[in-house]
Design a protein around this ligand. Structure first.
Ligand code: ASP
Length: 352
């Protein structure tokens, strides 16, 4: 009798912990589920390879903030004007590609051979249409070519010369490769090459300011959006990682790794050490946790970045948005350039 009573008391104590946890529902996901009135939502990132706090000057910070704000406002305005989430993603990413500050388009990092090779992808959450390009050398805005691959070809992914040949048949802007050259990225490559040489010779090596900057070897830009029709989209564009070799392609153009969008779950754009993001299928994984485990978006993003990626030894971050406009931002790097529209309709720009 005593034992039965003890069992009853124990199960009552445990019930709130064990019982409901198995059938958890998340009221915040339901709250805004009226299909007639979806919220607009927009987030961008400018890469997880931020300048270390130690080398960030007030002038540089101002410049980064200004470009991020310009891009987030332009994308958001497009959504307010009734343009699609795909339009907003493309508009904002083009602004960041054209800025020399970010590692995408102008300002892309250099390969080991001193070239710029650009990757990008875009995905439509409504149709699951996707377009992706890699190893581009002469395309001013890789995100626009990715979108053209999605909309004007039968394929999802095109690379190198073939992708550029296709671009010639479309209205895509070409530039000379010199267009992508920037002093700070060139210096970063020289520093990484010198660090490599010193390591080979077993020299401890003193790290210069540029060397410390070049520790952050990635950058990448991306955007996720929810439009008036309730459709999600995601896009990502990058120069990859400084000193990359032999036609290396990172996660940015890999659907499911660097970019993913599905109206049933979420839209994600990633930045970070691409090899890890490919192995873990990061972008799809965030959406899968939402789709199959009903996790709220921030928890899904944190689970993948702060637990899985961290445990695997990778670093970087994601921006994510669910079909109700809830946002998730997570990174395990020192910072991630990012901007979104706050609940008061004003842009919020953050770095660390
Ligand atoms: N993820 C990109 C890549 O590995 C780099 C980045 O995010 O900056 O190519």
């Amino acid at each position: 009798m005593k034992r039965a009573l003890a069992g009853l008391i124990l199960s009552v104590i445990l019930l709130p912990v064990v019982g409901p946890a198995q059938k958890r529902t998340f009221p915040e996901l339901k709250q805004l589920s009226g299909p007639q009135s979806p919220r607009l939502g927009f987030i961008i990132h400018g890469g997880a390879g931020v300048l270390a706090k130690a080398v960030m000057t007030p002038e540089k910070e101002k410049a980064y903030r200004a470009d991020l704000e310009r891009a987030v406002l332009a994308g958001y305005k497009a959504l307010q004007d009734g343009k699609t989430s795909l339009d907003a993603v493309e508009i904002a990413i083009k602004i960041l590609e054209d800025s020399p500050l970010f590692n995408a388009g102008k300002g892309a990092v250099f390969t080991n051979e001193g070239k710029n090779e650009l990757d990008a992808s875009i995905m439509d959450g409504k149709t699951l249409g996707a377009g992706s390009v890699a190893g581009l050398r002469h395309i001013k805005n890789p995100i626009s070519l990715a979108r053209t691959v999605m909309e004007k070809s039968e394929h999802v992914m095109m690379i190198g010369e073939g992708a550029e040949k296709f671009a010639k048949t479309q209205k895509i802007e070409f530039v000379d490769e010199k267009y992508f050259w920037t002093q700070h990225r060139w210096d970063a490559l020289q520093n990484v090459l010198k660090e490599e040489k010193d390591k080979e010779k077993g020299k401890p090596g003193h790290m210069s300011t540029a060397g410390r900057e070049s520790q952050n070897r990635f950058g990448t830009v991306g955007a996720v959006a929810l439009d008036k029709e309730g459709n999600l989209a995601a896009g990502t564009s990058t120069g990859g990682m400084t000193n990359k070799r032999f036609g290396r392609v990172g996660d940015a153009p890999i659907i499911g790794a660097g970019t993913y969008a599905n109206n049933n779950s979420c839209a994600v754009s990633a930045t970070g050490w691409g090899e890890y993001f490919i192995r873990l299928g990061v972008a799809r994984d965030v959406c899968s946790l939402m789709e199959y485990r009903q996790m709220p978006i921030q928890k899904a993003a944190d689970t993948v970045i702060k637990e899985k990626l961290q445990k695997a030894g990778g670093d970087g971050g994601v921006i994510a948005m669910d079909k109700f406009g809830f946002i998730g931002i997570s990174f395990n790097s020192e910072g991630m350039y990012r901007a979104y529209i706050g609940s008061d309709g004003k842009p919020v720009v953050e770095i660390y």
